[in-house]
Design a protein around this ligand. Structure first.
Ligand code: NAI
Ligand SMILES: N[C@@H](CC=O)C(=O)O
Length: 353
């Protein structure tokens, strides 16, 4: 049985959900996936940090009601987050990066990924910042150090879009895509259709674990802009930076705009898209669009996302599924670890079953 030692950087909704899954599903994963995950370190801005080379009990981590700096009470604990030491020194095979997404420069998550890869550790992340802003450099660093940089959850949470498009649509000649790529804003628009005001709808999305720490990123389109950059660069071979993508969010839409659209048999959706131009360049954009009810994206509701990939050989191929949520996003991290495992990754914690 292979055991992967993992270090969790950030212990909010997503990494806590991964710990919940580890506590509940370890035996199933051992049987079906052929590996076990052993949490050897956690570092969180609010809770502090803790290292235990033999492993921390996932159930204890999720059930204890830690206050600010609470990891300091644990054996091997410290009331402060110590990301750099933990990433570089903890006996981890895989660093699981799930701190806040910084849509401006991706930091400090870019550094977290870099420290991990430089010290020969795989990285799995749901953080859109490092992927949108530094994927090329981080992938090169991973290759140079014989490890993997995986980030399926950065777009559409646990719904497989990046790996699926790269692997199963290889050769289909992607020309562009358009999609609903932010669960929070789609949820908010739906709640406004039911008559709820904007601020209350955003609050609900926060309570459900869909929104960013600063939900401005969701409602102003900055989160979708990062996802458009990631998909365009990964799938269309573009070299876009966030500032190359025009961006408008949904905060300007009023209840009356939403009502008028409904009366006219249409619906507002925040759409992220990119297209390959005749000269080979790629143009990306994010904007609210009023879609007729017969449009394939008009029926995508709640925190569900969908992306329609425009291919030369197949026409439109649409992938739909959860776009946000704690467990859904933690699943993306698991899928990244499965990809690492399937590639035959070397581990420092291999054990005989
Ligand atoms: N929640 C979701 O549905 C999805 C989230 N994501 C991304 O996954 C990441 C994590 O999301 P959530 O867990 O929902 O966020 P969250 O806000 O619940 O948790 C983030 C955690 O990271 C910690 N943190 C922030 N900066 C830190 C730092 N420098 N060092 C150590 N800890 C730090 C915070 O204290 C917090 O506990 C974010 O980047 C988010 O954009 C991606 C897809 C879906
Ligand atoms: N806040 C984001 C989370 C996933 O990326 C969203 O609502 O889609």
């Amino acid at each position: 049985m292979t055991v992967y030692n993992i270090a969790l950087i950030g212990f909010g909704g997503v990494n806590r959900a991964l710990a919940e899954l580890i506590a509940a599903k370890s035996q199933l994963w051992e049987r079906e996936l052929g590996f076990r995950l052993n949490i050897v370190a956690v570092s969180d801005l609010y809770l502090g940090s803790v290292v235990s080379p033999n492993g921390l009990d996932a159930k204890t981590l999720i059930e204890a009601k830690f206050e600010k700096g609470g990891f300091g009470q644990l054996s091997g604990g410290n009331a402060e987050a110590d990301n750099e030491t933990i990433i570089k020194m903890a006996p981890a095979d895989i660093i699981v990066e799930a701190t806040f997404t910084n849509p401006t420069d991706g930091e400090p998550a870019v550094s977290h990924c870099r420290w991990a890869l430089e010290t020969g550790k795989h990285v799995v992340t749901t953080n859109k910042g490092p992927v949108a802003i530094a994927a090329q450099a981080l992938k090169a660093l991973a290759t140079a150090n014989g490890v993997r940089f995986e980030y399926e959850g950065a777009v559409m949470s646990g719904t497989p879009v990046i790996r699926m498009a790269q692997k199963t649509l290889a050769g289909a000649e992607l020309k562009g895509f358009e999609g609903i790529l932010n669960g929070t804003s789609n949820f908010v628009l739906g709640r406004m259709e039911s008559g709820l005001d904007f601020a209350s709808a955003v609050k609900e999305a926060q309570e459900l674990g869909y929104a960013e720490a600063d939900p401005t990123a969701d409602v102003e389109g900055f989160d979708v802009r990062l996802k458009v950059v990631i998909l365009a660069n990964e799938l269309l071979g573009a070299k876009l930076k966030p500032e190359d993508v025009t961006c408008k969010g949904i905060s300007g839409l009023s209840l009356s705009d939403i009502e008028q659209a409904a009366k006219a048999g249409s619906r507002w959706k925040l759409v992220g898209s990119a297209v390959r131009n005749d000269d080979g360049s790629v143009t990306g954009s994010v904007a609210p669009r009023r879609l007729g009810l017969d449009h394939p994206l008009a029926g995508v509701n709640g925190a569900t996302n969908a992306v329609s990939l425009d291919t030369e050989l197949l026409g439109a191929v649409t992938i739909t599924g959860p776009g946000a949520g704690r467990i859904e996003t933690a699943y993306a991290l698991l899928s990244d670890i499965v990809a690492i495992h399937s590639a035959g990754a070397p581990v420092i914690a291999a054990e005989a079953a």
